[in-house]
Design a protein around this ligand. Structure first.
Ligand code: FES
Length: 561
């Protein structure tokens, strides 16, 4: 038997339990020739009927198994918690850290020599990466792939992005119930995750840029044959990694994060990816901060012409060359020596990639914008930072001073924006608080507040919205998010009053409450401390240990020092 396999600690001794464990493996009818001394490859599967974006991963796992068997390994598929963005209340984000703990402990506790991680919907790839990074057993990600492009009455539609736009037409009475029923079947028409550059697509791209997937893994649609080819190849590669590595801690270096953030900015990808990258970095002891994002954003041009900021969809991105083409265009800005799970550096890997003329992925000489899609703001309203996705914002609103209208809760906000007599104008700044990790709780995607009906009636298409919430990566508009510290724990957002003036100055990266010095502190001192949302169970664990947005919202005890 080879001496380097972790699984030997379970199967290779003369003790009773080694015999008993081997016998249970043999219960499948496998011969000793098949099982003895072979790498055991875990297939960590997030397939679930409660997570429609990941349901097809059962088929993807079969392709991984083919690759494992062909390379001389023994595949062992196992389930972990799966987080479906559309179903979970109050938000899937409440459970990301719980899922990451499940992943970490199931890898660590089992006789696994390497693991293939199958994810798709928004939180699943982040949680898989966080858990695998903590377990630090060789790991390779196979993203589930996006849905095919939506189609509706001759229009190509992107889930989330166009869904929101069309729902606003429904709110305005321009579409009826029959139209919406037809739309339901047209906008999500295959297996896979949302097919704009939302959070799921962003995290697949980031997994590839981090070096945690084989090349060309991020973009193929979930139903494309090449999705299954990548899965089979990943199973084969995992068998090699079982003996040779690399481990996640060897791949997830500061250079890998540099490459991932560069790709994130060039793609105009989801603001949620910032939180997830901070959390993944914390699991491997890489000291990543919002300053890294800001610095790289200033150097990385926007190259990807995808919704929600552009015109195309993930299917077009795949046919245009996918993440490998984007990364190759970005090569002068990347750290090419970063190791990937292929065993090669990113630079070596990209050297063999062929590109072809196409309109979706621009090159460095023809960017959509000269710098990246996400900016970090600071100021007396966000001492630890806030984010704005400038690529999806209205340029005319990036320098604004307006009257604050404060909502204490999501319910209050929804009631007001749907009230046709709501007193708001185009220069108002809508403020939602108590929507952060502690306040909501769980840090939901409430930050993209719907446009007030009274503004839509006047033809206003965007208004500045600020909050301590997140927003879906599929959303758009001039939306400031992730204000840290959040209002619930006494951040300055709690001191804003309706009628105050708020200044947003993105060119100077400022978010300011225009009140006399000392006002914020005086108002906060009078504010009663709110009661926690949970006093028992996982909710209490979450509230006791979750960190703020600028640190990645991981649990403090899960970070590696
Ligand atoms: Fe799963 Fe959008 S709902 S990726």
């Amino acid at each position: 038997m080879a001496s380097s396999l972790r699984s030997q600690g379970w199967f290779d001794s003369r003790e009773y339990y080694s015999f008993a464990r081997r016998s249970t493996l043999r219960a499948q009818g496998l011969t000793r020739a098949i099982t003895e001394g072979k790498p055991v490859i875990g297939i960590c599967n997030t397939a679930s009927d409660l997570n429609p974006c990941n349901r097809h991963l059962t088929q993807v796992a079969e392709a991984v198994k083919r690759g494992v068997w062909a390379a001389g390994g023994v595949p062992c598929e196992f389930p972990v918690i799966s987080l479906g963005e559309m179903f979970l209340k109050p938000t899937a984000m409440l459970y990301r850290n719980l899922m990451s703990m499940d992943v970490e402990e199931m890898i660590r506790a089992n006789p696994i020599d390497a693991v293939v991680l199958l994810g798709g919907c928004d939180k699943t790839i982040p949680a898989l990466l966080m858990g695998a990074a903590s377990a630090d057993v060789p790991a390779i990600v196979v993203p589930g792939g996006p849905m095919l492009s939506g189609t509706f009455r001759g229009q190509t539609l992107g889930s989330g992005t166009d869904g929101r736009k069309l729902f606003d037409l429904y709110r305005a009475g321009q579409l009826n119930d029959g139209d919406m029923e037809e739309l339901e079947c047209s906008i999500a028409r295959s297996q896979g995750h949302c097919m704009v550059m939302g959070t799921a697509s962003s995290m697949a791209l980031i997994a590839e840029a981090l070096g945690m997937t084989l090349p060309d893994a991020a973009a193929w649609p979930a139903v494309d044959a090449r999705r299954f080819t990548i899965a089979e190849q990943s199973g084969t590669r995992a068998v090699q990694m079982a003996r040779q590595g690399p481990k996640p801690s060897e791949v997830l270096t500061i250079h890998a994060f540099h490459n991932a953030i560069t790709a994130l900015m060039a793609a105009g990808a989801s603001t949620n990816a910032v939180v997830h990258l901070l959390a993944i970095a914390g699991r491997v002891g890489v000291d990543l901060t919002l300053d890294h994002f800001e610095a790289i954003s200033n150097l990385s041009p926007l190259l990807l012409d995808l919704k929600p900021h552009g015109q195309y969809l993930m299917e077009d991105f795949a046919y245009a060359g996918g993440a490998a083409t984007l990364l190759q265009h970005l090569l002068p800005l990347l750290q090419p020596d970063a190791l990937t799970v292929s065993g090669h550096s990113l630079g070596v890997q990209l050297a063999g990639h062929r590109t072809h003329p196409q309109p979706v992925i621009r090159d460095l000489n023809h960017p959509l914008d000269t710098n990246g899609g996400i900016k970090v703001l600071r100021g007396n309203l966000a001492p630890h930072g806030a984010l704005i996705k400038t690529s999806a914002a209205s340029p005319s609103l990036l320098t604004t001073r307006g009257r604050a209208i404060v909502f204490e809760s999501k319910d209050e906000m929804l009631a007001k924006v749907n009230d046709e007599s709501f007193d708001v104008d185009a220069s108002s700044v809508l403020v939602l608080r108590n929507a952060g990790p502690h306040g909501a709780p769980g840090f939901p995607e409430w930050g993209h507040m719907p446009l007030p009906k009274s503004l839509m009636a006047k033809g206003v298409a965007d208004v500045v919205r600020i909050s301590d919430a997140r927003m879906s990566g599929t959303s758009f508009g001039t939306v400031v998010l992730h204000i840290s510290p959040e209002a619930w724990i006494g951040g300055p957002l709690a001191a804003v009053e309706t009628g105050d003036e708020i200044e947003l100055h993105v060119p100077e990266r400022r978010l300011t409450l225009a009140v006399p010095a000392g006002t914020i502190e005086q108002r906060l001192a009078k504010r009663p401390a709110p009661q926690p949302h949970y006093t028992r169970g996982y909710g209490k664990l979450f509230l006791d240990h979750v960190e703020q947005a600028h640190l990645g919202c991981d649990f403090d005890f899960l970070k590696r020092n």
